[in-house]
Design a protein. Structure first.
Length: 277
């Protein structure tokens, strides 16, 4: 593998997707500290010091690992990154909300760490998975098969639907996002579904739950008033309601494509098989 001299040598990652990406690029030796929410790769939690939460962290703990670059994600980390910048350390603040944004992040981190070639190889791999999903979906479309309506629930109280990349993944897998009009909003507060009846009225065929930091329990959905008449709930025993862990679909890194997309594809394949059967 061809590497060039990295621009930075001690990178503090306040977001899990940066950790995942740097490991995939073979640049884990440059990571000085990680977010306590890091999931992938599992070994990172044993190998690297935890220096922050997602939206909370103390400057002293971040600075204790002597970073020359601090990487963060989203407006929720504004205050932390501002403090780091005021302390005189470079910051890299990602805020992408799309699959293309994930690929861009990979290439940026590859460039900064001297792993451009590794980044291009990783992007080729991820783009290959995307292309394969598109081809499978296109084949079903060409055969005249319908696309199931997929309801994605990011939180339950209040009910929040999915962010932009989730809608993209649903479409790639061959479904239709039940709340596509909300997906363009970056802030969770903008994606609140105030009236649960709205979900019932849309009659989603499939449901995916991914409650950030909390286990999704499909059996509790059937207990919601009026939800027994939703197709996904009526067919819950056939696997039409599933959990995709938040680390697989809510952290905007390569895992969206490598782990989140295949689970959506499997769910939609099952729906088609059930209809055919």
């Amino acid at each position: 593998m061809i590497h060039t001299t990295p621009h930075y040598h001690r990178i503090a990652c306040l977001c899990t997707e940066a950790v995942e990406t740097l490991y995939l690029l073979g640049a884990e030796d440059l990571i000085a500290g990680i977010s306590g929410f890091t999931v992938y790769p599992p070994e990172a939690r044993q190998q690297k010091p935890k220096i922050s939460g997602f939206s909370s962290g103390k400057l002293e703990k971040i600075m204790a690992v002597a970073p020359d670059l601090v990487v963060g994600y989203s407006s929720l980390q504004n205050d932390m990154l501002k403090e780091v910048a005021e302390a005189g350390v470079d910051i890299l603040h990602f805020n992408h909300h799309s699959v293309d944004g994930v690929l861009r992040m990979v290439r940026v981190l590859g460039s900064l760490t001297g792993r451009r070639h590794a980044a291009e190889l990783l992007c080729e791999q991820l783009e290959g998975q995307i292309s394969a999903a598109r081809l499978e979906t296109a084949a079903r479309d060409a055969a005249g098969l319908p696309r199931p309506l997929v309801y994605f629930e990011e939180w339950h109280d209040p009910i929040i639907s999915g962010i932009g990349w989730v809608g993209e993944l649903i479409a790639l897998a061959g479904g239709r996002d039940a709340f596509a009009e909300l997906a363009g909003h970056a802030r969770a507060k903008q994606r609140i579904i105030a009236d649960p009846q709205t979900v019932i009225d849309r009659q989603p065929d499939l449901m995916v739950g991914s409650w950030c930091g909390k286990r999704f329990r499909p059996e509790t959905v059937a207990q919601r008033e009026g939800w027994q008449n939703v197709p996904a709930v009526r067919n819950a025993e056939r696997g039409h309601i599933i959990e995709i862990k938040s680390a697989d679909i809510l952290a905007p890194g390569p895992t969206l494509i490598s782990r989140g997309l295949p689970q959506l594809q499997a769910l939609i394949r099952q729906w088609h098989e059930d209809r055919a059967g």
